[in-house]
Design a protein around this ligand. Structure first.
Ligand code: NAD
Length: 387
């Protein structure tokens, strides 16, 4: 068995109704809190008001930064960091999906360091212990950001989506309250749920994975296969929501220790160049072609994944199961309304080469079981233009 390190400092409070613990948790880190969310809208406004109330009950002064956007930009982080400094925030509470939690992490760095968060990307200067503590409350299932050391940010000038990556960014405490996810609309449920699968699967096939992350990843894939269709069909199915929230957490724990591969490399580049594309949509559009490009290099793992989506594959050998895992995933994507192409996502065909090049900026593609050349990525993108 291979040697490995597994590191996870985040205290996870998992369970229905546990958002009520936010005040007591935040108070551990200070009396002045920056609450970070998207702008209020009907589905989430009551939650924002409730959380403010929970914090204020514990004597915490709340400054509310409500400027988060999907695929959040460096400008958004700078506006939030300014408010953090002006309000003297001692702790940052990210309440929302991955975009809100990531902005909370990036603000925690920018508010306490020179320059902007973009100066602290994973390959640049690293943030110090001055970084504000972050508490995360997730409302999607999801990105796993509530248990990762990653903050994904887009620089709109460079049209580049990249990441801060440092252990200081692990949230100190995370609340995973499945009741907060029931308001997520069908498409958000499907795209974020597919992201959970992608995290788990890319950790599983990643050479940096370990017996520990394999265990987490396989359970996450099993939970997604069994529960995401129900959560998409009926958003108030709290049992399915709860199991997806657990799968999300497992996926996050897996990527925090094993990392992601080619689909995320392309997905990050796509949202960097085309911010209208949601993270989970980008992944859904390229997965079918990447599966077919890869399965022969990782037969046993693709077979194991395929059997979780299509139990009939237990009756065939690994090579056959691996091949048919591609069709099993196509059917799953169709079932959750995500069998889409790059054309559906309005990616201009004459820009595919630029997208292929951008997909090689982050090192994730190098951890794919079959390391793609520029031409191979271009071919994957061309194949992703048709269903
Ligand atoms: P998101 O946070 O962008 O939210 C998507 C939409 O859903 C938003 O409009 C939001 O307002 C809405 N929403 C969220 N929760 C809701 C709820 N309960 N009810 C109703 N509406 C709700 O989406 P996301 O997929 O959670 O996050 C995506 C971002 O996270 C991307 O930038 C992605 O790159 C990043 N990401 C980060 C990590 C990490 O480890 N830090 C991992 C994967 C992805």
């Amino acid at each position: 068995m291979k040697d490995f390190v597994y590191h996870q400092p985040t205290e996870v409070r998992f369970g229905r109704g546990r958002v009520r613990e936010a005040g007591e948790i935040v108070a551990r880190f200070g009396k002045k809190c920056l609450l970070v969310t998207v702008p209020e809208f009907p589905a989430l406004a009551p939650l924002f008001a409730r959380v403010k109330g929970i914090l204020e009950e514990k004597g915490i002064a709340v400054a509310h930064f409500d400027g988060v956007i999907p695929n959040p930009t460096t400008d958004v982080v700078s506006a939030g960091a300014l408010l953090a400094r002006e309000s003297g925030a001692e702790v940052v509470l990210g309440l929302g999906g991955g975009s809100s939690m990531d902005v909370a992490k990036a603000i925690a760095v920018e508010a306490t360091h020179k320059g902007t968060c973009w100066d602290y990307l994973f390959f640049k200067k690293q943030p110090t212990a001055a970084t504000l503590p972050v508490v995360a409350v997730t409302t999607t299932s999801g990105t796993g950001s509530h248990v990762t050391q990653v903050a994904v940010v887009t620089n709109p000038v460079e049209r580049n989506k990249s990441a801060l990556f440092n252990p200081i960014l692990f949230p100190r405490v995370s609340i995973v309250d499945p009741e907060l996810v029931v308001t997520a609309p069908k498409h958000v449920t499907a795209t974020t749920g597919f992201d959970v699968f992608s995290h788990a699967f890319e950790s599983y096939i990643n050479p940096n994975g370990s017996p520990y992350t394999d265990l987490l990843a396989l359970e996450a894939i099993h939970l997604v296969a069994a529960n995401l269709p129900s959560a998409v069909r009926n958003g108030s199915d709290i049992e399915a929501r709860t199991r997806m929230a657990w799968a999300d957490t497992l996926g996050g724990l897996s990527i925090a220790n094993a990392g992601v591969t080619l689909p995320h490399g392309i997905g990050m580049a796509m949202s960097g160049l085309y911010p209208h594309v949601a993270h989970g949509e980008a992944l859904a559009a390229v997965y079918p072609a990447i599966m077919r490009y890869t399965y022969e290099t990782s037969i046993v793992k693709f077979a194991a994944m395929g059997r979780l989506f299509d139990p009939a594959l237990v009756r065939v050998g690994d090579a056959e199961a691996a091949k048919r895992s591609c069709e099993a995933l196509d059917a799953f994507l169709r079932g959750i309304g995500l069998r889409m192409t790059l054309k559906d996502l309005r990616i201009p065909k004459d820009e595919l080469k630029a997208l292929a090049k951008a997909s090689m900026i982050l090192p994730d593609y190098k951890n794919h079981p079959r390391v793609a050349t520029l031409d191979e990525i271009l071919e994957i993108l061309e194949n992703s233009c048709r269903a």
